[in-house]
Design a protein around this ligand. Structure first.
Ligand SMILES: *Cc1c(COP(=O)(O)O)cnc(C)c1O
Length: 254
């Protein structure tokens, strides 16, 4: 079987879908009366090879999302100089964010490569990421603090990660107190089977209250392939888009 991600046709497919998604983001930003550039497109490259990231860099993309370690570390190592020129957290280079659930034993490695972690939902992970970021700065693997989004649970389902709204403020204060971390804002994943308008409206209300206590943590990571337009309407500053750009994710055998 031929690998559909190995050919130049692949570059053309990525270019076409990327153009469509960029247009959709721009149209949603305009429809919401927001300023162009207010919403970052994070291209989610999980399950896809480093060669695809290279194609996307050629197409002008600079911000990528990965959800699993060690897949992310391996891919970033393969990209070599493309990423190595800019240590995590530095300047205008290529950046990778961690968007998946963080296992404690992986926190130290993630703090070496991630610009930001979108999925922070408990005290222990705050401590481990802070220690990891400190160590990574000390040994020259990163410059600057590790960005943190506190993940909000909209349905209270612990399997999907996130903290319930009542505990957000406390966790955010822990991020602020930890050092080596920069609190960027909130993140949410759509609940399964929920009404999309409803959860986005709930999220916007939670964010409004959150901002009263944490006025500088203005970012909102919300919206994926299926709901990015709606999420931008409800204030998202970062849409995490996989399928609409990359195509369907390959099924892994393990
Ligand atoms: C995989 C993933 C995405 C991308 O989802 P698509 O529906 O493929 O766009 C976004 N956010 C998180 C947290 C993910 O794990």
């Amino acid at each position: 079987m031929t690998d559909p991600t190995a050919t130049d046709q692949r570059a053309a497919d990525l270019a076409a879908r990327l153009t469509a998604v960029r247009s959709e983001v721009a149209a949603a930003v305009a429809a919401a009366g927001r300023a162009p550039g207010e919403v970052e497109l994070l291209v989610v490259t999980k399950f896809f090879p480093a060669a695809d990231v290279r194609r996307l860099i050629d197409l002008g993309e600079r911000a990528f999302g990965e959800s699993r370690e060690p897949e992310a570390s391996r891919k970033i190592a393969e990209l070599g100089d493309l990423v190595a020129g800019a240590p995590a957290g530095a300047g205008p280079g290529v950046a990778f964010d961690m968007i998946g659930g963080v296992q404690g034993k992986k926190a130290k490695t993630i703090a070496r490569w991630a610009r930001s972690v979108h999925s922070v939902d408990r005290t222990r992970i705050v401590e481990q990421l802070a220690a990891g970021a400190r160590a990574a700065v000390d040994d020259g693997r990163r410059t600057g603090d590790l960005g943190v989004f506190v993940q909000v649970s909209l349905d209270g389902d612990p399997a999907r990660g996130g903290v319930v709204a009542a505990d957000l403020g406390r966790l955010a204060d822990e991020v602020l107190a930890a050092g080596s971390l920069r609190l960027r804002g909130l993140m949410a994943i759509a609940p399964v089977g929920g009404d999309r308008e409803r959860w986005l409206a709930d999220l916007a209300a939670i964010r409004e209250r959150f901002l009263a206590a944490h006025p500088t943590a203005r970012e909102l990571s919300a919206g994926m392939s299926g709901d990015l337009r709606l999420a931008i309407g409800y204030g998202s500053t970062c849409v995490r888009v996989g399928t609409a750009i990359m195509g369907a994710r390959p099924i892994l055998s393990h």
